[in-house]
Structures are given as C-alpha cells and as structure tokens.
Design a protein around this ligand. Structure first.
Ligand SMILES: *Cc1c(COP(=O)(O)O)cnc(C)c1O
Length: 411
C-alpha cells in the first residue's frame, strides 16, 4: 500500500471524532484557567499535561500536531504561524552566533532571504549548494556547522536531491539534517530517509484551499545509544536530553524558540488546516498524476517545460527510482522572455496568478518580476530564475482543460 492509500484511511479517521461533535473542537482561548495554585504549579512543572497558555500550546493545535507527527513518523511536532515560522523555529532553537548552515537545493525565496540576509545579522553564516555538490558539501562541514538544510524539491528549479545520500553525509558528520518537505508531504518521508526534523508550510498543499497560513516542524525521537546529538557540537542540548530523553529536540524547540520567539499557530488556522489535511492524500495523488500528464503534453507541444518526469531532465532517473509518489504539484515553463511570459499569463483563462502553490486551483506566476525581484542576476542564476520563467502549480482541474488552455495561451 502506498502512502496515499494508507493515509486516505488514517487522516479521515484521526481528524474526525467518534463521539460528540465529529468536526475537531475549536478552542479559541488565549489563556487557560488552572483552578487551584497546586494545579498551576504542576502544569508549569510539566508533570500534568493541561493547556498552559496558547503561545506554548493550544488543544486544537495539539490535535493537528499529533496528526502531523504521525504522518512523518516523528515523536512530536510543533505547529507554527507560517512555514517561515517553522523554519525560523528550527534555526533559532539550534543556532548561535558563529554557527553555520549548509543549505542544499531549492531554494524558496523567503528561506533564501532568511539565510542570506537576516541570519547573517546574527552572526550565522550559510553556505549554499546545488543538490549534487556532494564533495563540496563534505568539505565545507566544520565544527561550527549545526544544520544541514535541504529542500525536497527545488522550488522552482525542479532539481531533486538524493536525500538518503545527503542524510548519510549529515549522520556521518554528526550534524542535524532538517528537510523542508512542503512540496512533497506523504510522497517523501524525510525522517524515514535519515533526517532529524521535517519542516512544512501547511499553507500549501496540506490546507490546499488558501484559507489558512501555517507551518509545522516534526521532530524525530532520540534512540537508545544514539550519540549524534551528545557531541560537543550540541552541548546546549544536554539538559534537554537529560530532562526530556527521546523528546529532546522537540522540548528544546518548544522552550528555546516557540516560548521565546512566539511564532505560535492560532487555533482557527489549525482547525482550517485539519479540514484540508483530511483530504490531502486524495488531492495529492490526483495532482501528481495530472502534473505528469500536463508536463509531458506541453513538452510535446514544443513548450520549454522543466519537470523531472521528462526524459531529458538531469534527475529523470532519480525521479523514477526515489520519487515513486511524484514530486508535488509544480513545474515551470520558460517562455524565453519577460514579454512572452506576461503574454502567456494574460491569455491563460484557468490559472490564478498568485504567489501560493499547492492549491486546489491551478496557479501560475512570473518569477523574476515577483518573488525573486530583490535578488541580483548572479543569485537568480544560482536559483534557476531565467527572465521568461513561469512557475505553475497544478490543481484539481481536468488535466485536458489545463493542457488546452495553456496551449492556446502560448500561441
Ligand atoms: C511557501 C513555502 C515556505 C514558506 O511558507 P509560508 O507558510 O508562506 O510562510 C517555505 N518553504 C517552501 C518550500 C514553500 O513553498
């Protein structure tokens, strides 16, 4: 049984309740009353698990967090106010001034700006690599390297990483691997492939309907005799390993980032996200099939399409072997120039022009004039942003309708 089939059953069963209200309970309270000072004391101590204050956790959000943790085979997860909130949570919980990140593949514009501009102000340096720069990645690792960060699919360059091989490099060097799996939930299971943390923008395909901004970080369990995080590199984790054991990565992120920076999810967004999540496998399995059909047909029609299902793509073999459940909802069209790209976007009748991806509707956007407008030519070249590049995120429409619409728009 593939993940889509397995989770068609699991999600609807875990989101809905078997008694009372079927839809998840929405608890819209910022604070929670403890009743007695004795109970307040044990809640703050952590020995009694009851809601403390919504910045630290909310019952509706907790339900989403437990389903997300189960989806990825993690021990626990933390839902956040946005996908960038989840990436920031992971970074702020693990990094200090003088530390370094190795960033591989992608990269989503917001993450690139966080790493290259914002974190540098705090004395944190990031080295950027293409997915196949294995040797350079190994050579760059040093005592200050604290995170290897990977995007499961290059957005929008569509290059695919060999996640197992990169996980081996990270694990051999004793470094935490965090994978932004926003584009491929269920299709790829980062923790199973050797990552320590998976990161999501739930705003995208997990919600699927543009109704809620949100993010989530899922943490692996520390195992018995698992020494990776006990090295001097992560000495700041030792108290959490002592106190929380296999939950250490989660406990550290909750205290050092969620409590202190406050990128907490709100209950309304968590509720909306669960309504989307329960149909995720159904939507994603349909869309990954449509993406292939549409990309191949448009390629055949003479358009310049970038998707690894196309034989000439450098990662076609990796796509067939390692991405058996597809690689998400995206492909790109290079129209050759900004003018041609704008003409296409003005002529398409079905695509919605927006910066989002993973929606129920097909979305499209010219890259260089929007998300990547702040970056210079050299960075755009590294990120694969050419002047005529349009990113497309396929939705639930009939694929033939999209093919016909795009062919008329490109004429
Ligand atoms: C959208 C996106 C993010 C950021 O998520 P937000 O919810 O918009 O903050 C991070 N990574 C990837 C791959 C994304 O597509």
């Amino acid at each position: 049984m593939n993940n889509f089939e397995e989770y068609c059953t699991k999600f609807v069963q875990s989101v809905g309740n078997k008694e009372g209200a079927v839809s998840p309970a929405l608890t819209n309270s910022a604070s929670f009353a403890y009743g007695t000072p004795e109970i307040a004391e044990v809640i703050f101590e952590g020995s009694v698990k009851k809601p403390l204050y919504s910045r630290m956790g909310n019952p509706t959000t907790a339900k989403l967090e437990s389903i997300m943790a189960e989806m990825d085979g993690g021990i626990a997860s933390i839902a956040t106010s946005s996908g960038m909130g989840a990436t920031t949570l992971v970074c702020m919980s693990l990094l200090a001034s003088g530390d370094e990140i190795i960033s591989i593949g992608g990269l989503f514009g917001g993450t690139y700006a966080l790493f290259s501009e914002t974190l540098t102000r705090f004395g944190i340096k990031t080295h950027f690599f293409d997915v196949d720069d294995f040797l350079e990645i190994k050579e760059t690792i040093n005592d200050n390297t604290k995170i290897i960060f990977l995007e499961s699919v290059g957005n929008p360059n569509m290059r695919l990483p060999d996640i197992k091989r990169i996980a081996k490099i990270a694990n051999d060097a004793g470094i935490i691997l965090a994978v932004d799996n926003t584009i491929t939930p269920l299709s790829i299971s980062p923790l199973e492939l050797g990552a320590d943390i998976s990161i999501y923008s739930t705003t995208k395909i997990i919600s699927g309907n543009s109704s809620a901004l949100g993010g989530c970080a899922v943490f692996r369990a520390l195992k018995e005799g698992d020494d990776k995080l006990k090295s001097p590199r992560y000495s700041f984790l030792s108290n959490f390993i002592k106190g929380a054991g296999k939950m250490a990565l989660f406990a550290n992120a909750k205290k050092r980032a969620l409590r202190d920076f406050g990128m907490s999810a709100n209950a309304n967004a968590s509720y909306q996200t669960m309504l989307g999540l329960e149909t995720l496998p159904l939507r994603l399995s349909r869309i990954t099939k449509s993406v292939e059909v549409i990309a191949l047909a448009l390629d055949k029609s003479g358009l310049n399409i970038n998707h690894p299902c196309i034989k000439s793509h450098p990662h076609n073999e990796r796509y067939l072997n390692d991405f058996k459940n597809g690689c998400g909802t995206l492909f790109t069209i290079d129209m050759g120039s900004k003018e041609k790209a704008f003409e296409f976007l003005n002529k398409t009748k079905l695509a919605t022009l927006t910066a989002n991806i993973g929606d129920n509707r097909t979305l499209a956007l010219h890259m260089a004039s929007t998300i990547y407008r702040d970056f210079d030519d050299e960075i755009r070249k590294f990120l694969g942003i050419s002047d005529g590049l349009i990113r497309v995120s396929i939705g639930l429409e009939n694929p033939n309708d999209i093919i016909n619409d795009f062919i008329q728009a490109a004429r």
